[in-house]
Write a protein that binds this ligand. Sequence first.
Ligand SMILES: Nc1ncnc2c1ncn2[C@@H]1O[C@H](COP(=O)(O)OP(=O)(O)OP(=O)(O)O)[C@@H](O)[C@H]1O
Ligand SMILES: [Mg+2]
Length: 296
Amino acid sequence: MNEDTEILYHTGELDARLRHEAEVAEAVAPDRHISARFGETLLQLTDVTMRFGGLTALDRVSFGIRRGEILGLIGPNGAGKTTCFNAMSGVYRPTSGQVLLEGKPLGKSSRHGITQLGIARTFQNIRLFGEMTALENVVVGADARAKTSVLGALLRLPRHHREEQEAVDRAMALLEFVGIADRAADKAKNLPYGYQRRLEIARALATEPKLLCLDEPAAGFNPAEKEELMQLIRKIRADGYTVLLIEHDMKLVMGVTDRIVVLEFGKKIAEGLPAEIRENPAVIAAYLGVPDDDVA
Ligand SMILES: Nc1ncnc2c1ncn2[C@@H]1O[C@H](COP(=O)(O)OP(=O)(O)OP(=O)(O)O)[C@@H](O)[C@H]1O
Ligand SMILES: [Mg+2]
């Protein structure tokens, strides 16, 4: 809960709904040990190059993500946005360059290792365990950080029992936080598309990340759903998270981000405040040919 909320909370001025939200938020993020202070660089990419055979998907890309901000990562199709996530989350090891989290190189950390270090992501194409319930998907997500295994919990070994209950409670709080608790017991594959996107976010949050990376979370959404998603992203940030957002919809990006980095053909072509990016000639040129309703 942020300071403002806390003050209201203690003076009893918070209405029931807000108090409930604050309690949910607190359950979602009990404690995070992040050495970067708010506004300081949390993650830094330095001269990151990623080659696939003859193709240079990222060409000496450098930018920082500050703790507490929502940073937009935009660019036309094939610009290298997802590759950037992959290079930051251990899916690929950069051909050259460095990714530093709180000043420490990710180096050769595995995907699992990077989750434990505190970077979580969602995928452009939804990746859920379709046969598991929404709740189970989140419990499994949390297990990427937990000391004991899901297997241990499933076998109901006594020492796992308390942890198991805590994991379930926390997963439930996360489902409530993203607004899909009413379908907790449904198989992921039976959830409406918008719920699946939110479930992915809940699962990523379950790892208590220092940095949450969202790869086109609003893809396929109608305007009303996009507006709701923007509200969720703001709520996530208000809860103290740092967010990196890949998104094609300019209205959404401009409306929710604090700063924006623009890629084109694997190179960073601009970085700045949304208002600056909107006016930037190189960015406008990069988006020429994109239908008006995407640029609006
Ligand atoms: N594993 C891979 N092997 C070969 N080429 C790849 C691989 N991953 C990405 N690429 C190429 O790298 C370039 C950047 O792809 P990337 O998926 O990062 O773009 P993007 O900005 O996320 O695009 P989109 O908006 O369409 O999602 C593309 O030319 C893509 O074909
Ligand atoms: Mg992509």
